[in-house]
Design a protein around this ligand. Structure first.
Ligand code: TRP
Length: 345
């Protein structure tokens, strides 16, 4: 069966958004809206799998929404909303809790990393997190999911859940008129240079909101001076830039900065090196400062403007939620029929 092509992705409202979120996720979201119908979700239900301060959670939900808009996602043409406003996410996640196997979840590397040695003490939600993520995608029967490398395993799990649901309920799916498969197999979209943006202080670590040093990342709300300062202080090595990509391999910090330049400038690392090969970092960093400020400065100021108008932001989320609910509600009705629940008609 052919499914209508649809893009879904989610961003957690936790901590500040930084360059890694921007290059790794949001710019891709923006590009996809030319070709697909897109649903972009602020995944607040996922956020509370670890403790969130309530007023801070509200603030970050609005901030991520502002970032989506400031980066150029059109909230009229696409759907922007927060997960908790569409109850079907949690509802389908419960059904998926009963489809997914314990053994599948036990293999999730992100859970192992996040839980660490404190396994007995983390929330049940953190463990079931990938099932909710599968529900996010499949409640819209989305076919394409732009995600970072680190989410590939979760997406494979979503495919396994879709597959097992389709097989377990095959007879009921057919008798309810949904053909031979109810859920599509959602595909990851992973592309472009600098999908993984690394810390400016340590080229072997991912840029992260939880890293104590603010100099390790560029936040989307940093002003021009702060951006410039952080780029100037970014860790490098004493060598000049190589002319070939090969030369970046043993130099993680150089590789990262070249990757960032390439991604911000919509080009390849090879192209950047053909321009800057042989140059000293002092020269390259000046160019990177100019480029970063030119690209990120306007986004930061637009975000700041938007978050000062929570009434507007909330109206975007309400409108997006209503449109998302219409789709999710239809899926959930069908799922209830397929599973064998009796529902109010
Ligand atoms: N787990 C994703 C992350 O941390 C966020 C997410 C939640 C998501 N639901 C999703 C991403 C559905 C893609 C599709 O990055």
């Amino acid at each position: 069966m052919a499914f209508k092509e649809r893009v879904f992705s989610g961003v957690q409202p936790t901590g500040n958004l930084h360059l890694g979120n921007y290059l790794g996720a949001i710019t891709k979201f923006v590009a996809l809206q030319d070709t697909y119908d897109c649903i972009y979700c602020v995944v607040d239900l996922h956020a509370i799998t670890v403790w969130q301060d309530p007023p801070e959670l509200k603030r970050t939900i609005r901030e991520v929404t502002a970032a989506f808009i400031a980066c150029g996602i059109d909230p009229k043409k696409q759907i922007i909303f927060n997960q908790s406003q569409v109850a079907e996410h949690a509802e389908l996640a419960w059904v998926f809790n009963c489809v997914a196997r314990l053994g599948w979840l036990n293999r999730m590397t992100q859970f192992k990393e996040k839980a660490g040695k404190d396994r007995e003490n983390v929330s049940v939600g953190l463990y079931a997190y990938p099932n909710l993520m599968a529900a996010d995608i499949l409640v819209y029967r989305a076919t394409h999911v732009p995600v970072g490398e680190d989410q590939k395993q979760h997406l494979e799990l979503a495919r396994d859940i879709a597959q097992k649901f389709n097989v377990d309920f095959a007879a009921s799916i057919a008798s309810n008129g949904y053909g031979d498969a109810f859920f599509p197999q959602p595909e990851p979209i992973i592309q472009g240079p600098a999908t993984r943006v690394m810390s400016l202080r340590d080229g072997s670590k991912k840029m992260s909101k939880s890293e104590p040093s603010d100099y390790s990342r560029i936040n989307l709300t940093d002003d021009a001076d702060t951006i410039a300062q952080k780029v100037r202080k970014a860790k490098t090595d004493p060598e000049a830039l190589p002319s070939e990509e090969e030369g970046l391999k043993p130099r993680p910090e150089a590789d990262n900065l070249v990757g960032i330049y390439a991604a911000l400038n919509n080009t390849t690392k090879a192209a950047v090196l053909s321009e800057f090969g042989g140059a000293q970092f002092s020269t390259f960093k000046m160019a990177l400062v100019d480029l970063s400020v030119a690209k990120l400065g306007p986004i930061g100021s637009e975000m700041k403007k938007l978050v000062q108008d929570p009434v507007y932001i909330d109206s975007i989320l309400a409108d997006g939620s209503a449109r998302a609910s219409a789709i999710a509600g239809e899926t959930m009705k069908a799922v209830k029929d397929i599973v064998g629940f009796v529902r109010r008609s």
